[in-house]
Design a protein. Structure first.
Length: 370
């Protein structure tokens, strides 16, 4: 007859009671199927497995861990991440959950913006006959900086495309160039197809980077960030992965319109780091999402569609600028420059004045009526 409990003297103390998987399922409010699955994945192994019949027995003290696994699954945390969290001490586990949820909220906000765009587009598609057309005046520039021997940043500015990519590793220069070259074939894109075109372009860029770094000395350690804008009529599409940035100057106020995919940004999101502390954090350059030899790391590039207005001024830049020049100085130069070319020259000069410890790349565009 199968027992509902056994005792053991294996380190938990003489006579410590173990319970069957059925009893433990009731205690933890999990199904036996879920418990078997968690055992197979190494998330919640039983305290004892009968060597004869294979029955699983659990220590009631495991209930807390079992409930934690269940709750983490309910918030959508991947199993691999759960395995890391439950191995931590309570304080560290709380910090890890906070960081995970901050990232979920950031990604949800990006999806919410996309959903709003799709709803608006589909709601007006039947009645919209024409829209005003905007164009851009643009300039771009890059500099090796004062410390690096080579320049792995790439930048491009044209009538349809602005792009900045910051390569890293032995194949970094090829990766950044390949990412931007993959976007250049984008021609005039109808507004209704902009989102699909962005998705396809991002996939082409990922493949181009993978091919570009394949022959480098350390392909697994090479890759690039990518921040790019595609212009069409009165709207622009944004592709973004990594910690290069896009800013918008509108009405004299500067807004950052991309979200860094970096460790320090995740710490800012979860409240464990301030913007001021992040500016000088030793792990500022540690990225969570990039284009690499394995394709996009993380969940792939962020995609967004934004409305453009006459008088808008956009800045795309690598962290060689944003990591050493604060937002106030960026806003001052962008607001005061008489054109994109002047703005680019003055921004690179600011980076040089700050020591230019990294390559610098930036592109500036003014939205104008055609």
């Amino acid at each position: 007859m199968r027992r509902s409990a056994v005792t053991t003297d294996d380190g938990r103390g003489p006579g410590a009671a173990l319970v069957t998987i059925g009893t433990f399922a009731r205690l933890s409010r999990l199904s036996a199927k879920a418990l078997r699955r968690y055992d197979e994945l190494g998330l919640l192994p039983p305290a004892l497995v009968d060597p004869v019949n294979g029955y699983r027995y659990y220590d009631p003290a495991q209930v807390r861990a079992a409930r934690l696994v269940a709750w983490l699954r309910r918030i959508g945390m991947p199993l691999a991440r759960i395995r890391e969290v439950i191995a931590l001490k309570p304080g560290a586990a709380a910090a890890a959950i906070r960081a995970y949820w901050a990232r979920v909220e950031a990604e949800t906000a990006a999806r919410r913006d996309l959903a709003a765009f799709l709803i608006d587009q589909l709601s007006t598609e039947d009645v919209m006959t024409s829209v005003g057309t905007l164009g851009i005046r643009y300039a771009a520039g890059t500099d090796t900086g004062a410390v690096r021997e080579t320049n792995q940043d790439a930048v491009y500015a044209g009538a349809r495309l602005l792009a900045v990519a910051d390569g890293f590793g032995a194949g970094g220069a090829g990766a950044s160039t390949a990412a931007i070259e993959a976007l250049k074939p984008l021609g005039a894109v109808p507004a209704a197809e902009l989102l699909n075109s962005l998705h396809d372009a991002a996939e082409r860029a990922a493949l181009a980077v993978r091919d570009a770094v394949a022959g480098s000395a350390a392909p697994e350690e090479s890759g690039t960030t990518l921040t790019a804008m595609v212009w069409t009529g009165s709207q622009l599409g944004l592709v973004h992965i990594g910690d290069s940035r896009a800013y918008l100057l509108r009405g004299g106020e500067l807004f950052r319109i991309t979200h860094d995919h970096s460790l320090v940004q995740s710490m800012i999101d979860d409240g464990s780091l301030t913007e001021e502390e992040a500016f000088s954090h030793p792990q500022r350059a540690m990225l969570l999402k990039v284009l690499s030899a394995d394709g996009p790391q993380g969940s792939g590039p962020d995609l967004a569609v934004r409305d453009a207005l006459p008088g808008d001024r956009y800045l795309l830049c690598s962290d060689g600028l944003s990591a050493v020049v604060d937002g106030g100085d960026l806003a001052r130069v962008l607001a005061g420059a008489d054109g994109p070319g002047t703005a680019v020259r003055e921004l690179i000069a600011l980076a040089e004045a700050a020591g230019a410890p990294d390559n610098v790349a930036c592109a500036v565009a003014d939205v104008v009526e055609l």
